[in-house]
Design a protein around this ligand. Structure first.
Ligand code: ZN
Ligand code: ZN
Length: 384
């Protein structure tokens, strides 16, 4: 494991004491004599992903397997080609949009318990997007919870994260550094609405960039649609239909093709994925003010680097404080960390007496983070 610039950044944060700052009111459980063999007899890292040994199924596998439990419909968690998919009923239409109607599915309600090979399995809200679930596994009295992607902030498009007690917690750490601290979403939506009004007055089209599935719908549910007409990119329109089939209420949103002739674009808000930036698709809108909604917008200088007029700090992943509070609420004695700033989070928790492990993911790469919040990639990517 070579020392990268990222490792050095983490080391510097630790040296400066930033990462050792204890959040208010948290009590860490004392380490016990239980060792990590208990968890590893139930759940293992394999080449195809996390594998439940007694249950003979995988959780969010990245290769085709016979039985997959899928936490949510994002493409880095829901891969095609598996024999059967078990997932939360709340996200049914979205998963089927992603994987197609020909795949074999089993949908369960949140909290419903299935017994598979002696493993009691249940899915619980993760607060990340519609249908997103944590996976709770209980075997011979030992409880493991896999968060999948999750957040603790309010989101009208999905059920609120449910804290679960467990022995071992498997958590994501996409934004697991103290610099990531999310402002209240209400205040951010006020900023977006004010930006849209100002653009109308100044004759510029408001283009708001956000991930197609999940983020776009959260944005649409949060804006004040009485300000003006709302349009969306085709991919967002399609995802909206799946969301509505899942019972999520969204404002009236039109596709670009439905525009009347001689339309004044500067009245409108358009929601589109980051991939449209710099594409010919944008030309029709005239003078555009481009904003992006992502946790990465908290990084200083990112708007200039990304040629954005505005950055709005809205993430569907947990921030640093939320992550630590969640670990504490679970009472876990052991934490496996995956996706993102794994080393910083594992080191912080280990210093508080928890057993930790870092899970490898397949998604570490060179992707530009602002394009793909869901790819768990960041501007200071880990290359461990
Ligand atoms: Zn996700
Ligand atoms: Zn993810």
């Amino acid at each position: 494991m070579g020392s990268t610039r990222h490792d050095q950044n983490i080391a510097r944060l630790l040296d400066e004491g930033v990462v050792t700052e204890q959040p208010n009111g948290l009590d860490w459980p004392a380490a016990t004599s239980l060792d990590s063999r208990a968890a590893r007899e139930i759940l293992r890292e394999t080449a195809a992903g996390l594998y439940c040994v007694p249950g003979d199924f995988y959780v969010d596998p990245w290769e085709p397997v016979a039985r997959a439990v899928v936490t949510h419909a994002h493409s880095d968690h829901a891969r095609g080609g598996c024999g059967t998919y078990l997932s939360a009923r709340a996200g049914r239409a979205i998963l089927q949009m992603r994987l197609g109607s020909a795949a074999s599915y089993q949908f369960v309600d949140y909290g419903e318990v299935l017994t598979i090979g002696g493993v009691r399995l249940s899915l619980h809200p993760a607060g990340h997007m519609t249908g997103a679930a944590q996976v709770r596994l209980e075997y011979a009295g030992y409880v493991i919870v896999i968060t999948g992607d999750f957040k603790r902030q309010a989101d009208p498009t999905c059920a609120t994260f449910e804290p679960l007690r467990c022995h071992t917690l498997v958590t994501e750490s996409t934004f697991g550094l103290p610099i990531y601290r999310w402002p209240e979403p209400d205040g951010i939506f006020d900023e977006i609405n004010a930006w849209w009004r100002t653009n109308q007055q100044e004759g510029r089209t408001s283009l708001l960039l956000g991930y197609t599935v999940g983020k776009a719908q959260r944005l649409l549910a949060g804006i004040d649609a009485s300000i003006g007409p709302v349009f969306a990119h085709g991919g967002v329109v399609q995802a909206n239909q799946a969301y509505e089939a899942c019972g999520v209420t969204l404002p009236q949103v039109r596709g670009i093709a439905e525009v009347p002739p001689r339309f004044t674009w500067s009245e409108a808000l358009i929601v589109a994925p980051p991939s449209v930036q710099g594409s010919p698709w944008l030309r029709r809108f005239g003078d555009v003010s481009m904003g992006m909604a992502s946790g990465w917008m908290q990084i200083r200088g990112i708007c200039r680097r990304r040629n954005l007029d505005r950055g709005f700090v809205i993430s569907d992943h947990v921030d640093w404080q939320g992550l630590l509070a969640t670990v504490q609420e679970t009472s876990a004695e052991e934490v496996w960390v995956t996706h993102g700033y794994t080393q910083a989070v594992a080191r912080y928790l280990a210093e508080r007496g928890l057993r930790t492990a870092i899970l490898k993911t397949q998604y570490v790469g060179e992707l530009d983070a602002a394009d793909a919040e869901e790819a768990a990639s960041s501007p200071t990517e880990e290359r461990a």
